[in-house]
Ligand binder design. Structure first.
Ligand code: MN
Length: 623
């Protein structure tokens, strides 16, 4: 209907535009007629000025009469070339009326493209992605306010505007259309901006995106002194995530493959996807722009970053994608992460950590931001799921209703003893009582075991009850919990008769069991969980007393403790220095962790470990 109006307008007569003195090339449009003044001559034609600083050329074949310098002429813009040169034709309409062109405060902002459907507009922004399809070249342009997908076509499968590269500030003219239900700009001209113009677009982008990325100031779901102290760092993370979305930078979320890590990462994933959808861009951007992947170890293994880098670098070459922002959740804060972070640094990849493992200071040199309760006097009782959910709410406040039970699930999954555990449980008590949270946590652990390295994006959503299909959620939880419990029961029936016990000099009960010889391999529960389950049973049998359990494998041991003031990362470091040829590494939380060694040194390492545990002080256990 808009085009109808425009036709009527053109029938009223020819319009001659007078370019205002502060106008630039941006306000000049192809096909329109402008008033101009002859500036000088060359043997191929005449140069004219549309105002003081916009100059064009009338090729001699397009000149209608003889002119002298400073003569007024009317010119039609035939073409604006990518280098900014304007090709003009002299015109001599007998009847016309004039209009003054004033400098537009800005070209069309990308967040309001929808208003211009069917119209040809000018947009300016930064090139965020260049994808060559078998048809047109798709440029993703962002101006800070939004993202536009623009199709440029020269020949099927041939790269249009090869001079335009990732990160260039550009100006583009094109028609706004819909394609597969999304808005796309069909490019008629695209040029790289230089000098002042380029700086103006970059500055505007920076200001707009910085303002827009600023997270909303919202209260936490529960009262928490630790969270309040972490708020500035959490806001920094939220801002960087929002910025990445607005800049069309892909995001990879790597997380520990347990219930806590999954809660943290899925909260963030859901917030990011909602923000992506709101921002525009391509319809497959959910899958293109965000990846969530579990890490088997509670740290970012070299195997993980190798895989992530492999994909990211290929996507950069094949699809012109930016390198990703990597968010490590429920891992990333210990010295074991350093080798992977060194890889990231080589490629300039930004890494953010949201974790509650005991952090090593050396790691911060590699990170853009690091949220960790230990930084402010808290401990692992503030789970990654709590942190992730609260940050996700800062990224996209409306995600709140969907994810507010995640912290409670993570708290029971990670056995938090922080005050916040009860607050988060109380928050969702009506819909998810503590028992339901425990079942969801167990179901997540069980399902993740079979998912292995896959994220299980949709299955996990059903387990976390965010799909709006509560009947499937309930049936699935029932099934997974029953299967998990049956598997745990089998494992315990085999293992428990083989538990060896000692009483240490500090009065703690020490229990040792071989999780390879007396448990089923390659099935659920894996050695870590098997040790935890055995530990829970042993604690129940020795209510009120300090208990340490060690699940021993051929070249590793898993530690669980209650009522003993251990510092597992420090014990591991000391053993590493004391036992020559032990090949010792490991860590984890202060009182829950693991240690690796070479198989031939198993006996020496385990006895060394027990000697250290025997020196730790004990404290009374609440029953
Ligand atoms: Mn955790």
């Amino acid at each position: 209907m808009d085009s109808g109006k425009e036709k009527m307008g053109s029938e009223k007569g020819i319009i001659v535009y007078h370019l205002g003195s502060d106008c630039t090339l941006n306000e000049v449009e192809e096909g329109k007629i402008y008033s101009a003044r002859v500036q000088g001559f060359a043997n191929f034609g005449a140069f004219v000025l549309l105002n003081e600083h916009v100059k064009g050329l009338i090729h001699k074949s397009n000149l209608k009469g003889r002119h002298s310098e400073r003569d007024p002429v009317l010119v039609k813009v035939l073409q604006i070339r990518s280098n900014g040169n304007i090709d003009l034709e002299e015109v001599t309409p007998s009847v016309y009326h004039s209009e003054v062109v004033v400098r537009k405060s800005a070209s069309a902002a990308l967040d309001e493209l929808g208003r211009f459907l069917g119209r040809t507009i000018r947009i300016e922004g930064i090139v965020a992605q260049i994808k060559q399809t078998s048809g047109p070249t798709i440029f993703t342009i962002t101006d800070g306010s939004g993202i536009a997908s623009a199709a440029a076509f020269v020949e099927a499968g041939v790269r249009a505007y090869p001079e335009v590269e990732l990160g260039h500030p550009v100006t583009m003219i094109g028609e706004v259309m819909t394609r597969n239900n999304q808005i796309q700009v069909e490019v008629s001209s695209l040029a790289v901006l230089t000098g002042e113009e380029a700086q103006r677009v970059k500055d505007r982008f920076e200001q707009t995106i910085d303002r827009r990325a600023e997270p909303e100031e919202i209260p936490f779901l529960v009262p928490s002194e630790i969270l309040e102290q972490l708020r500035p760092q959490m806001r920094t993370v939220a801002k960087q995530v929002r910025r990445a979305v607005f800049e069309a930078q892909p995001i990879i979320i790597r997380h520990h493959a347990d219930a806590d890590g999954i809660c943290a990462a899925v909260a963030m994933e859901l917030a990011i996807i909602s923000l992506l959808r709101e921002t525009g861009g391509e319809s497959d951007s959910d899958y293109f722009m965000i990846k969530r992947a579990p890490s088997k170890a509670p740290f970012y293994e070299v195997e993980d970053i190798t895989r992530d880098l492999d994909f990211a670098l290929k996507d950069q070459v094949r699809y012109g994608q930016k390198l990703p922002l990597v968010i490590l959740m429920d891992n990333g804060s210990t010295i074991e992460d350093e080798p992977s972070l060194q890889y990231a640094r080589v490629f300039g990849i930004s890494v953010i950590v949201v974790d509650h493992h005991h952090p090593d200071r050396e790691i911060d040199a590699y990170l853009r931001a690091h949220v960790n309760p230990y930084h402010v006097g808290g401990d692992f009782g503030i789970t990654s799921g709590m942190l992730g959910t609260e940050i996700a709410r800062m990224v996209y406040p409306a995600i709140d209703r969907m994810i507010r039970h995640f912290p409670a699930v993570s708290a029971v999954g990670d056995r938090s003893e922080a005050r916040e555990r009860q607050y988060y449980l109380d928050l969702v008590r009506d819909q998810y009582p503590e028992e339901a949270c425990k079942e969801i946590a167990l179901a997540l652990d069980y399902q993740q075991f079979w998912l292995r390295f896959n994220d299980g994006r949709e299955i996990v959503k059903h387990i976390l009850d965010v799909t709006g299909t509560p009947q499937i959620h309930r049936a699935l939880i029932r099934l997974l919990v029953d299967q998990a419990n049956a598997a745990i029961g089998d494992q315990m029936a085999a293992l428990m008769p083989h538990v060896e016990s000692r009483v240490l000099q500090n009065g703690a009960h020490l229990f040792l069991f071989d999780v390879e010889l007396f448990a089923h391999k390659f099935t659920f529960p894996p050695p870590g969980k098997t040790s935890g389950e055995a530990h829970d049973r042993l604690c129940q049998m020795h209510a009120g007393e300090p208990v340490v359990s060690i699940g021993v494998g051929p070249d590793f041991a898993v530690l669980r403790s209650r009522g003993v003031l251990m510092n597992i990362p420090r014990m591991v470091r000391e053993l590493h220095d004391e036992i020559t040829g032990g090949g010792i590494s490991g860590g984890g939380h202060l009182v829950v962790g693991s240690i690796k060694f070479v198989e031939g040194m198993r006996k020496t390492v385990i006895e060394g470990l027990i000697a250290k545990i025997a020196q730790a002080s004990t404290h009374p256990v609440r029953t």
